[in-house]
Structure formats: structure tokens, C-alpha cells
Design a protein. Sequence first.
Length: 399
Amino acid sequence: MTSLLISESQPWKTLYLIWFFATLILVKLPAWFIWYLVPSHRPRRSWTIKRALIVRTIRELWTLEVDIDDEKRDPSDEVPDSELTDAKFVWVDGIPDKLFCGEVHRIADITNVRPTRIAGYWLLQKNYDWTGPRAKPGEKTILHLHGGAFYVGTANPSDTTANFTRGLLEHMHTIQRTFAVDYRLTASAPKPPANPFPAALLDALAGYRYLVHDAGFAPENIIVAGDSAGGNLALALVRHLIENPTPSLPPPGRILTASAWLDLSSSRRGPGSSAVLNAPSDIFDERPGELFAKYAVVSLLGPMGFEVAQTHRYLSPVSLACKPETGLFAGFPETYVVAGGAERLLDDSTALVERMRADGVIVIQDIPPDAVHDFLVFTWHDPERTEVLKRLSRWMDMM
Ligand SMILES: *[C@@H]1O[C@H](CO)[C@@H](O)[C@H](O)[C@H]1NC(C)=O
């Protein structure tokens, strides 16, 4: 799970895992249960004991110092229909030269990244009658960019993050399928360095181009959506389209971000910031949270220095050091911003709302006060999850 591996040698790994889970189940969980019997001991008073225990357990799992789920799909392998129950696999071509331009191309030359073919998945509503990717007249859809700090997760519908779009599909009336791209994940030491910025963004753009050109959706009928790191990609994708106007590929109709990670330099960190205030109530504790963030940022930057993470509008559009502060979001489409009031990244979303509104963008802000990071993917996070999914679905049905 983390990049700090205790030991890859099998006997030690097995013993470590047995010890880890035995103490978790036999000692820690019973102790937490007794402690949380008193509501004021829970990170939020409104939380049920079940939620307090789940969040506490997730925090504990991040401290596991072995890679337990490292088997990744070979990106050149096709996923057969027989492995998918409510989804369809497709190939998405890399973006053509015409779209590979502007600031993104400039950085790609520094980090040595090129467009490539990637996998994509259509996620289908129950009983959807699949007749191929082509859009029906006036059909709307969602392009989903999954979370996972840019280095874990997949667009495969077996991933936890698919619970976001699957949840939406349960409530929406006018959208019957959503599309997710398996953008390239980044890595760095102790793994071989891979896919720095803007690899994932080029792939997100490829997914958008696919929807418009190959599947025939009108741009105004597409909502670009992302959770956590995917929210960052959603905004970067739209930024590229706005900065480099292409008549054949205008920006999408709307944007949706959920618990977006929008300041890779954590410029607001400090007393009174959500990063500190919400450390006891989020699914990441401070220390593991920082380790993931550091690994992700080092991997994304590749040969570039940290000041790029502090100042770059594509990577950290709400950073205090990202200048100019006004005009950064000029021309962006209507945006729905979801975040949890109990999450450490809350400040990123509130700063986004502030900056977008100052630039004249229509923004809907939806922040349940006691929700954790990326709560829309956690089916145990009700009632907030279902309530927000219903409001989002109404927003999209009215589009
Ligand atoms: C995702 O959704 C499935 C199906 O509803 C559920 O079984 C699973 O627990 C969910 N995952 C999480 C992390 O909540």
C-alpha cells in the first residue's frame, strides 16, 4: 500500500500480516469499540459507532508497511466482456498532435511524456441495452476520472472509486451510462520512475476526445467529473481546452469535483487549516497522509523542482503561490463542488469555490459537515452519500 516496504521476503511478510491483523481484530477493534461507546469520544458526535470504527480501521490500514495489492493489469491487455458485469471495455486512442499543444506540451517535453493509447470503461445502468459506444441524439454522459493520489486505483469497475458513478447511475434518470479512462499512474523510487505530469492529463484528454469524436457526444452534454486526484485532472482537462481553443473540441458542459486534491504543495497547512483541524476525523491520519502526498508529488514532478507543485496552475490551481489569483478560472463551465466537512482536503474545495466565484463561474457547493474524504465512494457513508448523490443526479437531470 505504501512505498515503505518492510520486507518483500515471504516468511516475514506473512508473519507481519498475521500479527497486524490479529492485533487489529483481537485487541484494537474491541478497545476502540468500548471507547467509542461514548459519543463524545468519536471524531464527530453525529457519527454512529459503526462509522467511527470503520474510519479508525481505514486509518490503521494505511499504516500497513507492505504492498498487498500490487497486481496491476498489463495496460496492453484487453479486458474481456466475461470479466465485466455492468460495463464495457474499449480502447481510447492517444490525442493527436493538434491537441497535444500549449503548456501541457511544453511540460511534456521536460518530463519526456507522450500521448498513448489507453483503456476505457463504459459503466452501464441496470438493464441497459448496449448497442455500442455511439451516442443517441441529445444523449448526456459523465467522463469520470478516478481518485487514488495519481498512483493507485483504476477505471476498472471493480475499483472502489466506481462506487461514485455507480451510485449516480442508481439515481439519474437522463444519464444511463458513464465513461471512465484508465489514465497512466505515476511512480518513483523505490519503484522505477513512471508517468510524471502530464501523462495522466493527456490520457484524460484522450478520453474526452473519444467521447466527442469517436462516440459522438456533444461537448455541452458531457460532465467531466473526478474524485480526489481525479478532481484535479478534471479541472486541468478543462483548463487545457479553454487555453487552447479547438473548434472541433470545445470545453464540456459542466464540471463535478468531489473531495478534489487541488494544492499539491499544501500551501494552507498550518494552525486552523483543514489539514490540521480535520486530521482526527478523516480517513488519513496526518503522517500517512503526508507520505502518500509526498510520494505522489515526487512522482508527478519527475525531473522538475518542488516550486512547480507550488505555483503551477495545472497542478495546484488553488495554491496560495499560484498567481495571478484572479482570472485563473475565467471561462470555466458551471461546476458542482462536493467535499466532506470532516476531511483534511476541505480547504482545497472551499478555495476552489472562492476563486471560481470571483471569476464569475456558476458554482454549487455541497459540503456535508461530518463527511470524510471521498465519501461518495463509501457505501457505508450514509445518509450523506445518498443525499448528495440525489442532489447531484437532479442537477444533471436538469441539464
Ligand atoms: C462499493 O459498492 C459495493 C456495492 O454496493 C459495496 O459492496 C462495497 O462495499 C462498496 N465499497 C466501499 C469501499 O464502500
